[in-house]
Ligand binder design. Structure first.
Ligand code: GCU
Length: 612
């Protein structure tokens, strides 16, 4: 550590590790960049049992089998009849299979609408590469609640459908014939996050990669390497070790600079180093640097971009320069294949479409997308807005719901904190103004800022009309006092009047902050044509885009937008036959990948903006 305000830095680090532990319920944080570690994939075919009555989890008295020691039953035992008289009423080996990663809804017609529990079982052999190694099983995500068992023993439960989780299985894993069983339940509940009502498909299952991850006994569990807040030439880093009980020398090398520091009693080493020759990351120059961290027998490599993001008055500054966010919103769905997107190829396709549109920014709605998205965005030079599914009417006064939302936010930030592409953490979407709601969201803002004070924090906030003049719209959501952006959704011309109304609309803002329109749009069935007043026609959508852009250009503090939405997506709230058929049609690209007229309206505007 070079400069002399060591005291305040240690205080900062102590506070940070307290926050990290507290926000994670005392659990160690996720293993950073686990995908770069040795191990073994468990992707592929898993045998499954569809269990709508949770018969494999509860006995007929509705007592959970895994609460008893030893358990008297339960599919997690993965039992076989001991002999011809032994009664076992399930058998994974002769049960159907599903592919992991992947949701069950798009894999099996009979499971398209299914909400409930499905048991997944995977057999595997694994021998650690050398004695003394530690072994973890890691899930990229499982929607919504996952109960995980290894060789009949409960490892734990994870709640939240869009963030990673892992369990240590050192000493539990056998060289051969391990039985990994996961009960995945995507049933919706009022106290959950999200709650029972959403405008996206509730895809269930092991929706992302599953892998065995191996580490040395003492290893680098977490790290954050970024530009120091407000600096363009100093890097700040924090490395959290696991399994150490004495100070260890930690070496960091980045951009040709090598520095070492000793870890403290909490296994934390911090760095502050000058990097005079750093080329800053930006959409125009998405420069990534190799970063290497070593400590004891452990070593991790990563690719990191260095950039600064800040707000000043009504401006958004990237590396000190005012920028306009040429954005689009998107769901984590591959419309061409159907179902949840999960792979690097999916990320390249979706973000590639956004690049074609002329974007430098993408809103990943309304929940954490898979890890490939941020890594591909780092490479492609797309800035990201990442969000947790605090969506519509959450139980604001339920402490368990708040803890759940905070955990999801913490897991997201921990996972993507080294991605230069991520510039905004969003804590909510379209949540009705009330005191309990604003208090709830404020606590999420505090969690985000404590975990990462280098990025912007916001949400899709509420708008209301001036009672004296309905065409005068006011954005003074009390929650706006705590955010860096004034971002909100507006649907004038679709849910509110016709596109001609847009010319009448005027805006007032309760805060001198950058205005970002996080959603606007209209449904259009690709290939359906009519005049500009015909709902669901491409011409209606085209006209709405033209008129919305004209309205927004009249807002002096307008600094960006993420129209709703890049591609049509599945929603159980959209039944209109022969038009929607279970799809929200607000995409600029149809479910078959064909671009609609409005795609080119937005592209023209962005090309014009980019050349200014
Ligand atoms: C809302 C919401 C989206 C939804 C969209 C729509 O604003 O945030 O999730 O899909 O409107 O109605 O199409």
């Amino acid at each position: 550590m070079s400069d002399d305000n060591r005291g305040s830095r240690f205080a900062a680090v102590a506070l940070l590790s307290f926050w990290l532990a507290a926000a994670h319920g005392g659990e160690p944080s996720l293993i950073q960049n686990a995908a770069s570690r040795p191990g073994m994939t468990l992707n592929g075919k898993w045998h499954v049992i569809v269990d709508p009555y949770e018969n494999g989890y509860y006995d007929y008295r509705r007592e959970p089998f895994d609460a008893a020691t030893p358990p008297r039953g339960g599919y997690f035992l993965d039992r076989k009849p001991a002999d011809r008289s032994d009664l076992v009423e399930y058998d994974f080996d002769t049960s159907p299979t599903l592919t992991v990663p992947g949701d069950w809804n798009s894999q099996e017609e009979r499971l398209f609408y299914y909400e409930g529990s499905v048991w997944y079982r995977r057999k595997f052999d694994f021998t650690p590469s050398s004695p003394g190694k530690r072994t973890f099983v890691r899930f990229g995500a499982a929607n919504y609640q996952a109960d995980v068992y290894l060789n009949g023993r409960k490892l734990g439960r994870h709640v939240g459908g869009f963030t990673p989780f892992e369990f240590e299985i050192t000493g539990l894993v056998k060289p051969a014939d391990n039985s990994l069983v996961v009960k995945v339940d995507n049933a919706r509940h009022p106290d959950a996050v999200p709650t029972v009502n959403t405008d996206w498909w509730n895809y269930g299952g092991l929706t992302r990669d599953v892998a065995i991850v191996e580490t040395p006994a003492a290893f680098i569990r977490d790290y954050q390497v970024q530009l120091e807040k407000g600096s363009a030439r100093r890097i700040a880093a924090r490395v959290q070790l696991d399994g150490v009980n004495a100070p260890v020398k930690v070496t960091l090398s980045v951009a040709g600079v090598n520095v070492s520091a000793m870890s403290d009693a909490a296994g934390v080493a911090t760095f502050s180093l000058a990097a005079p020759k750093l080329a800053l990351w930006s959409p125009e120059n998405p420069k990534l640097y190799g970063v290497s961290i070593s400590a004891g027998d452990d070593h991790v490599d990563d690719r990191v971009g260095f950039r600064n993001i800040a707000v000043r008055g009504t401006d958004i500054l990237l590396n000190g320069r005012s920028i306009f966010l040429r954005g689009i919103s998107l769901h984590e769905e591959n419309p061409l294949r159907g179902g949840r997107a999960y792979s690097e190829e999916d990320a390249r396709m979706l973000l590639g479409w956004a690049k074609e549109l002329g974007c430098n920014f993408v809103r990943l709605a309304h929940y954490p997308h898979n890890e490939h998205m941020a890594r591909v965005a780092d490479e492609m030079g797309l800035m990201l807005w990442e969000e947790v599914p605090v969506y519509w009417t959450i139980q604001w006064e339920n402490p368990a719901t708040l803890a759940n939302a905070r955990t999801q936010l913490t897991e997201l930030i921990t996972r993507d904190r080294n991605r230069a592409s991520v510039i905004v953490w969003s804590v909510a979407n379209e949540t009705p103004v009330s005191e309990p709601r604003t208090r709830f969201l404020k606590q999420l803002v505090d969690t985000a800022r404590a975990l990462d004070d280098t990025r912007l924090v916001s949400a899709a906030m509420e708008v209301h009309a001036d009672p004296a003049n309905p065409n005068h719209r006011i954005v003074d959501d009390p929650f706006g006092a705590y955010t860096d952006l004034l971002s909100f959704n507006q649907y004038v011309g679709w849910y509110d009047g016709l596109p001609d109304k847009l010319a009448q609309i005027t805006w007032s803002f309760g805060y001198q902050k950058p205005v970002v329109i996080s959603e606007f749009g209209a449904d259009a069935l690709q290939g359906f044509h009519g005049d500009r007043l015909t709902r669901f026609s491409e011409e209606y959508q085209e006209d709405l885009y033209l008129k919305t852009i004209a309205m927004l250009e009249r807002i002096p503090q307008w600094r960006g937008t993420t129209p709703w939405i890049l591609a049509d997506f599945r929603s159980p709230r959209r039944p209109l036959p022969n038009v929607q058929d279970g799809w929200n049609r607000k995409g600029l690209i149809g479910e078959n990948g064909t671009k609609k007229k409005a795609f080119y309206v937005l592209k023209d505007f962005y090309d014009r903006k980019a050349s200014q």
